[in-house]
Structures are given as C-alpha cells and as structure tokens.
Design a protein around this ligand. Structure first.
Ligand SMILES: Cc1ncc(COP(=O)(O)O)c(C=O)c1O
Length: 373
C-alpha cells in the first residue's frame, strides 16, 4: 500500500471512493446519529488549529485560553460559570474521567446508575475497577428512586443521573437523586446529549449545577453543540478535584495542563467548539433546539396518523415508536437508504431528530415506513 509515495490526485480519488461509501448528514437520511453537520465556522476553526496539541499546553497558551472560555461558557449554561474542566474526546472519556476523580477523592468504588445509562459507565467501571450497581427504570423510563435509596451504603462513591438518555431522551429526577445523596458521595450528571438541548427548552427539568449536590457534568459539543468531533466537555464543581487524577510529565511544559486521560488532545475541536458557541450564541442554540423540537413534533404527529404510539412524549429531539418487529423494519428502511436505530428498552424504532433532519426528510421516511406496516 505504501512502499512508494502516491500522487495527491490518486490519494484524493481513493478518499472520494471511501467517502462515497459513507452516509452523510447532508443527505438527510441519517436519523439515528447524535452528531450532526458542524457549523461552517466550526470547520474553519478546526482546520486552523489542526496541528495544535493541548496535551502539551505550554506550547499553546492561545488554545488553552479558548478552552477556558469554552468551559466558562458551558458552565454559564449549566448553572455555574466557575467550574473547572476541559474538552475531552467525547462523552465516554468525560464520564470515565468523572468517575476516576470521584473514586480517587472518595476512595470508594460503588457507582449507582440507571439501566438507561450509556455503556461508557460500564467501560468506566471496568477500567477503574469500580462496582457498577444498575437500577431499574420506573414507568417514566427514569431511574427508580426507591431502588437507589435501597442500594446506598458506606461503599458508595457516586450516583449517576442521566439528563437525556441515549435511547429515549428521558431525564432522571436529579433533584430527588441529590436529596438521596450521602454527604461525601459524588453526583455525576451525564448530559452528553442533553447539555446543549435542555437549557434551551421552555420547560426543562432541573439537572445542572444550580442543584448544589451536583458534582460534575458531561456535555458534548460534538452532539447538539454543532462543533466538530472530538469534543466532549467535562465540568467539575471544584477546581482542586482535577488535581486528584494528576500525573507529572516532566518532559512536557505542563503549565496550564489539564489532567486528563488523553495525552495528546485535539485543539482543533476546542477551537471549533469556541467558534460554534460564539457564532450561534445562546440565542442561536435556542432557535436550533426549537427547530429540532418542531420537527420532532411533526414526526410525532405523522406517527400518530399511522397509528404508531410513541414510547414516551418526546422531551427532547428523540422519538421512539412502537412498531411491529422493529429490527425488520430497520433493515427494510435501510434498503431504502434510511438509517434509523432500534432502542432496546423498550424495543422500538428510534429516531434522533438532529438539525440536519428536516420535515422533508420526515415526509420521505414516513412514506417508506407506511409502505412497510
Ligand atoms: C447520554 C450519553 N452519554 C455518553 C455518550 C458517549 O459519548 P461519545 O460517543 O461522545 O463518547 C453518549 C453517546 O451517544 C450518550 O448518548
């Protein structure tokens, strides 16, 4: 493949071929992804900072400052502009890091989370040798509080609440979890998806740092934040907590370095996140969320006309529908070019209505769906 160098024109052709086999958000047929087309200005910013590495922060004081501003801005959105944190590779790394910090501070290993939690928490427990304690969901598809209460004991390190579950977009009762939290335990909120949606809803449930017991929050700019991949923010309430995962790296210029799981960290995604936030502003995100919710509502009405029942009234821009044999329907829709997914709990057809999904896409999808029922 690479004994000798290859001409750019050939490489470009090969890249075109590969890309043509991929799905693209701009085609409007991907209704299963929690990512979307980044803003144009975010792409430009990403390219401009393509060589910078925040893992060696001493070389990049400018990027470091952008990251500080991004974290402050996300903090303002999440009820506390004085948090510490950074931009990691995504929700998975942010969740792992949150539990790493909690484990090192409490010295305990038990983590309680709902069955709806993203699989990153299983990865975290595996890597960190922590004890996962999974809790059932109630009729509203949120964490069962009685079960949480029954599972709390002296070994508790952290409770995890989800603000926007991956499958349904449900939000756990975070104030109630906060009330149950023992004094020294952590309360981590996974708002990887909800972080850039819930603050812009007219009627958002409480889930952020305005609840005093909330210790840390994951919120992904590379999902509804319109930034480029890889951008996952972790915000923690107290700056010194981050020191608890610090490792010295004497060969690097560590000034301002974020203690993180990654060594090399994408400055490009930090710059892209900064650009997206500056360009849209809170007003722009608000408009975007409104648009997604309108399309979600539109899809929901179409579904009802076909006699399809939603699993729950969408709180966010995710719509899950009871359909007969969802896996078969998913396959058939895929033959027609659609990418939709299947939720497991309960089994249903799952539509994620990101900004690239328009009413026209929904019309096309439902026309094909109707022909399969
Ligand atoms: C609620 C939630 N948390 C965490 C993640 C993991 O994020 P990432 O894929 O960016 O690692 C996801 C991904 O979909 C998610 O929905």
């Amino acid at each position: 493949m690479w004994e000798k160098g290859t001409a750019n024109s050939i490489i470009m052709k090969e890249l075109e071929d590969a890309s043509s086999q991929d799905y693209h958000f701009c085609d409007g047929q991907v209704i299963s992804s929690m990512c979307t087309e980044p803003l144009e200005i975010a792409r430009v910013a990403h390219n401009k900072f393509i060589e910078a590495n925040l893992g060696n922060a001493g070389l990049y004081p400018g990027t470091l400052d952008l990251e500080r501003q991004v974290i402050k801005g996300i903090g303002q959105l999440l009820g506390n502009e004085n948090t510490a944190g950074g931009i990691l590779s995504g929700g998975t790394e942010a969740n792992i890091t949150a539990l790493w910090i909690a484990r090192n501070i409490t010295g305990k290993k038990k983590v309680i989370f709902p069955k709806s939690a993203h699989f990153s928490f299983h990865k975290a427990c595996d890597i960190l040798a922590m004890e996962p304690v999974m809790v059932d969901l109630n009729d509203e598809f949120t964490i069962d509080l009685d079960q949480v209460a029954a599972k709390i004991d002296d070994n508790l390190c952290a409770i995890v609440g989800i603000a926007g579950t991956t499958e349904l977009g449900a939000v756990d009762d975070i104030p109630a979890l906060a009330d149950l939290l023992p004094e020294k335990a952590f309360l981590h909120i996974d708002a990887a998806f909800g972080g850039f949606v819930l603050p812009f809803l007219d009627d958002s449930p409480e889930f952020d740092f305005s609840i005093p017991q909330v210790s840390s929050i994951t919120s992904d700019p590379h999902k509804m934040g319109m930034a480029t991949i890889p951008s996952g923010a972790l915000l923690v309430r107290e700056r010194e907590w981050i020191r608890k995962i610090h490792k010295d790296a004497p060969y690097l210029d560590m000034i301002g370095q974020l203690s993180a799981l990654s060594g090399t960290r994408s400055s490009a995604a930090v710059a892209a996140t900064y650009a997206a936030m500056r360009s849209l502003g809170r007003e722009g995100y608000s408009e975007l969320v409104k648009q997604c919710m309108e399309v979600t509502d539109y899809a929901s009405q179409k579904a009802r006309k076909l006699g399809l029942k939603p699993v729950m009234e969408p709180l966010m821009n995710i719509l899950c529908l009871y359909v007969p044999k969802p896996r078969d329907i998913q396959k058939e829709l895929n033959k027609k070019g659609w990418k939709v997914s299947v939720a497991q709990n309960p089994e249903s057809l799952r539509l994620v209505i990101m900004p690239h999904v328009t009413k026209e896409s929904i019309d096309g999808l439902f026309a094909d769906l109707e022909s399969l029922l």
